[in-house]
Design a protein around this ligand. Sequence first.
Ligand code: NAI
Length: 439
Amino acid sequence: MDAPRATAHTCAVSHPQILLLENIHPSARHAYEDAGWPVEAIGRGLGEGELIDALGALEPSLPLVLGIRSKSRVTARVLEAVPQLAVIGAYCIGTDQIDLPAARRQGVAVFNAPFSSTRSVAELVVGEVIMLSRQIFARSQAAHAGRWAKSAEGSHEVRGKTLGLVGYGHIGSQVSVLAEALGMRVQYFDVVSKLPLGNATACASLDELLETSDFVSLHVPDTSGTRQMIGETEIARMKPGAHLLNLSRGQVVDLEALRGAVTDGKLAGAAIDVYPREPAKAGDAFDTPLRGLPSVILTPHIGGSTLEAQANIGREVSSAVTAFLAGGRSTGCVNLPQLDAPPLKQGSRIINIHRNVPGVLSEINRVVAQAAVNIDRQHLATLDEVGMLILDVSVDRDAPAAQDLATAIAGLETSIRTRIQTAESTDARVPQTTVGRVG
Ligand code: NAI
């Protein structure tokens, strides 16, 4: 399908409009209000038709920002129906609820919050390592049942024990720092070469890590390379009496194999937060082969579920959205090319999202040359069928030459969205003028 053509027109824009759904943390609203952007909020998720109606009720000449969590679905139909939608903030980690290829074709930027819950997950891992080591779950269950299970049998300090981290990314490396503070020996295995923090050491292979760790904690993404990466064979390699923790993704561990290893005593216990099939919402029924095992801590995918993480998510996504709208910086964008550029100090900045076909840049530069405008800086990046250009020019945004240039670029056959902005130094985060398809 051809990308939608930009309609060349100029309209003065004072600010984008924000619509936040699903009770997104107030920190998100505050970030937009600090930028002087008005915020509407609806406290629940919206279906396709409701979403089109809600977005359609906003001012059609302004670029729109939609903030959602996991319940609202932004389909190709929504994107077609609301062309002024410029940015979607997914105030969560997953972006499956958004048709990302359709958004890319329309030049709609999508941002999420991949890092905001890192600390929350890391703290739970460390807490569970201690709880497993002291058999807290089983002893607490006994106490609740009216039994006094006082014994040192099978209980250990974690100091001096070896923690093996599979995946040394954001979460794995945080766990590494916290665990070392408890006196644990930390080692890790990652498919990418990673700088060890503190005294942590890298293992040459997953097998080496499994064979030498008292606790194995998984912090890998869900990919074809990690699905079922811990099954019967891998568990057999683990030390007798070791513990397994999975707070990453449900497909990574074969839960039947884990159940077998716990019931026959090969492993002393496990802590599991994520499952191959998880209920859709709080309160739904839940089942797993691990139910009923007192040495296994089961939690309902709450690794990142803290109020602090929610507040961080609000700030993280909103600041990425404002950086994109104010300066064209798309760092962290999940569906458009990633571009960074220093703040504009003078002149004006044209931000152009276009179809990634041969000759686009030379065509844009031909238009710039024809307008006799001087280019101060140019940044280009492409991703699949879309490219993004940041073009800083020496003429002031309000000068006819700048307006004409932006209009000419917006009118090119390849352009999807084009806008022109003033120097951020004078007006922190507010796009003033939009040319072509808004946003
Ligand atoms: P990250 O992307 O920062 O780190 C993942 C690391 O795993 C990377 O260093 C990568 O090179 C490594 N890796 C990939 N494949 C591997 C393999 N086959 N073997 C060894 N290492 C491999 O991700 P982050 O933020 O640390 O998250 C880790 C996991 O935690 C993800 O699956 C994420 O979805 C999950 N998560 C779970 C939460 C919960 O509520 N339980 C909350 C937040 C994240």
